[in-house]
Design a protein around this ligand. Structure first.
Ligand code: BES
Ligand code: ZN
Ligand code: ZN
Length: 479
């Protein structure tokens, strides 16, 4: 069971309703009764700032929403997404799932944004609940002349991809180790028509991916390296965009076991970058974007035990760079370094990596933004940040000054894998830069990838951050 969104041409009397209006005069007597209109007018008079009115008609709910014309379009759209989630909470409380969204505003995207918030807000991860009979998903009817059916279908496919990414992040390591992650990609590739291949440990050894192998040393489960490719005949670019996702299926910290113990609690989310890349591929392929994209997912758990790597060890990465491993909890950069250097095989036009890479990024922005940095040109950086504002998966560009380079110098190897606490998100990025030649952007999603409290439409647990950003960015590049 899942959500649905359909275009409708009439209002039906027995379903809930959300009216989106520029002002209350747009509502007709057939929409609201005279009493209801009086009630709303009274509410409005009591508080001029009130832009959301709910009427309970016993067997259905009616909401009237008035977007604030004085705020920026992106903010208004985001307000509507959040209102969509708020409407869903009300509907769910009443056991109602059928809702009609009527867009009477002059904002073209208002109805879609509300539907997006309803649907994304309704996500929950209930696979392991014995009782799920009561789970509701919205059945949205959209009455909106400005919107084409194709836009509705696109939204559905993107929301499904976000659900999928959240599911992957929420799945614990016991049922989603690196091998299982690879096989999940294979079945999605079959379903959505992109190509994929999973390299096993022997192949990873043959490719000399010393970073991925080092992180995997303490594990019983082998690592995987998964390559995804979407290359439609009508692709606008010959050199691909390469998306790299950190796939640490669980991060204990390794021998440098994470402390305090609570800091381990959410570490199933450490493949959030990989899950976002997978979700982006699903969205891209399902919507048949005319763009050539390659995805790379190095995956392993990071554990102490067995022959686990210890501080002071020197390893050789895929591109030959030697690394002194000074903290086994800085494992993400080791597996990403190999993947970034492997990306060179594709002569990429642009490489974007997504990773829950540093606590430092989460400290800087909390759950509200992604820390970005890199070497791509200003136009690309501006475009990505603009798309981030549009979909409200916001990216803040951090400096990437050469002053930070020295912090990862090593006495015994080419570089070391830690650069101290200060500027930790940046030194992690600096580490990665040793492995990329192409124009490149690094997105540290440690803050927004996983949230403990349900907040508006972002779900709980995995948020799926990165999917809508990557999809809409690549869509913008395909025009
Ligand atoms: N997976 C963590 C980063 C992380 C922290 C993700 C919080 C999500 C939420 C990463 O592998 C890590 O442990 N980084 C260390 C690096 C340090 C040892 C240089 C960190 O940020 O503390
Ligand atoms: Zn770590
Ligand atoms: Zn990690």
């Amino acid at each position: 069971m899942s959500f649905s969104i359909n275009k409708i041409s009439d209002i039906s009397e027995d379903k809930s309703l959300v009216f989106l209006v520029n002002d209350l005069t747009q509502l007709k007597s057939s929409d609201l009764s005279a009493d209801e209109m009086v009630y709303i007018r009274r509410k409005e008079a009591a508080d001029k700032k009130n832009r959301r009115f709910f009427i309970n008609r016993l067997n259905r709910l009616v909401a009237v929403l008035i977007p604030d014309q004085s705020i920026k379009l992106n903010e208004r759209i985001e307000w509507l997404r959040r209102e969509g989630a708020a409407c869903w909470n009300k509907l769910k409380e009443e056991g109602l799932k059928q809702v009609q969204v009527v867009n009477l505003t002059d904002m073209k995207l208002a109805g879609l944004a509300l539907a997006e918030g309803l649907v994304l807000g309704a996500y929950s991860f209930e696979k392991y609940k014995s009782e799920t009979k009561g789970t509701l998903f919205p059945e949205v009817g959209l009455l909106d002349e400005a919107i084409a059916l194709s836009q509705v279908e696109e939204l559905i496919r993107v929301c499904r991809a976000v659900y999928l990414t959240r599911d992957l992040v929420n799945e614990p390591v016991g049922t989603l180790n690196a091998v299982k992650l690879g096989s999940e990609v294979m079945s999605l590739a079959n379903q959505y028509g992109f190509k994929a291949e999973v390299f096993n440990k022997a192949k990873i050894e043959a490719m000399k991916m010393g970073g991925l192998l080092a992180v995997n040393q303490g594990s019983i489960d082998p690592p995987t390296f998964t390559v995804l490719e979407w290359h439609p005949d009508n692709a606008v670019n010959s050199e691909p965009y390469v998306l790299v996702g950190k796939g640490v299926v669980f991060d204990t910290g390794g021998i440098n076991l994470k402390t305090p113990p609570g800091s381990l609690d959410t570490m199933k989310c450490d493949m959030g970058g990989a899950a976002a890349v997978i979700g982006a591929f699903v969205a891209i392929a399902a919507n048949k974007l005319p763009v050539h994209v390659v995805g790379l997912i190095p995956a392993t758990d990071n554990r102490p035990g067995g022959n686990a790597i210890v501080p002071g060890e020197v390893i050789k990465m895929h591109n030959g760079t030697t690394v002194e491993v000074m903290n086994t909890d800085a494992e993400g950069r080791l597996i990403l370094g190999d993947a970034l250097s492997f990306a060179a095989n594709y002569k990429p036009r642009l490489v974007i990596d997504l990773a829950t890479l540093t606590g430092n990024a989460a400290i800087a922005l909390g759950e509200h933004g992604t820390v970005g940095m890199g070497t791509a040109d200003d136009i690309i950086m501006k475009k990505l940040a603009d798309v981030g504002d549009e979909v409200c998966e916001r990216v803040v560009w951090f400096p990437f000054w050469s002053d930070y380079d020295d912090l990862i110098k090593s006495e015994v190897a080419d570089i070391k894998n830690v650069g101290g606490r200060e500027g930790g998100a940046i030194t992690a990025g600096k580490f990665l830069s040793h492995f990329v030649d192409a124009p490149w952007l690094h997105l540290d999603i440690a803050g927004p990838a996983f949230i403990l409290k349900r907040a508006n439409y972002r779900g709980i647990g995995g948020t799926g951050v990165g999917v809508r950003l990557l999809y809409h960015f690549l869509k913008s590049q395909s025009k």
